[in-house]
Write a protein of this length. Structure first.
Length: 161
């Protein structure tokens, strides 16, 4: 890794972001991972982006199925973030014991999240270590009375009200 990549990583740690769990499924296999590289890029058409490391199961499933779903986590769900980041040993089933549901695709969504999106991949751009996916939002569900979990400088934060 070059010095510029390390400097960029340190700079980006200063950017506060929400926390999402991105999920996908293909031929009966489902998986998900914590992702904060998520953005809305267009309202009409409704488009969002995610970036996934090329070495992950979730990236493989998104590439194969061309669908993904996002659960935006609520302020008290840092344990779910850690679980889907792989920091908690789960014997490969990160969904075990969790309430899940689907919208239009078969991608699992975490019931207790603050918001949910179901997306179809319309473009993907491969890079040496990751892939940028642009997804068309097919369905959305949200609870505007809840507050999001925030992440910055390797720590979780709650919105001060």
């Amino acid at each position: 890794m070059t010095l510029i990549a390390e400097e960029l990583r340190e700079v980006m740690r200063l950017w506060a972001s929400g926390v999402t769990v991105v999920t996908s499924c293909f031929q009966g296999i489902q998986h998900g991972m914590t992702v904060n590289s998520f953005n809305s890029i267009s309202l009409v058409p409704a488009l969002v982006t995610i970036t996934l490391a090329n070495s992950t199961r979730t990236k493989y499933l998104v590439s194969k199925s061309s669908v993904f779903a996002l659960t935006i986590l609520e302020e008290n769900q840092h344990e779910l973030s850690e679980l889907f980041a792989g920091k908690v040993h789960t014997f490969d089933d990160r969904f075990s014991g969790l309430e899940i549901f689907t919208l239009l695709s078969d991608c699992p969504l975490l019931k207790e999240g603050i918001a949910h999106l179901d997306c179809r991949v319309v473009h993907q751009y491969g890079m040496p270590s990751s892939t940028l996916f642009i997804g068309e939002v097919l369905a959305a569900k949200y609870n505007s009375k809840k507050w999001p979990l925030l992440y910055m400088k390797k720590n979780y934060f709650m919105v001060k009200r």
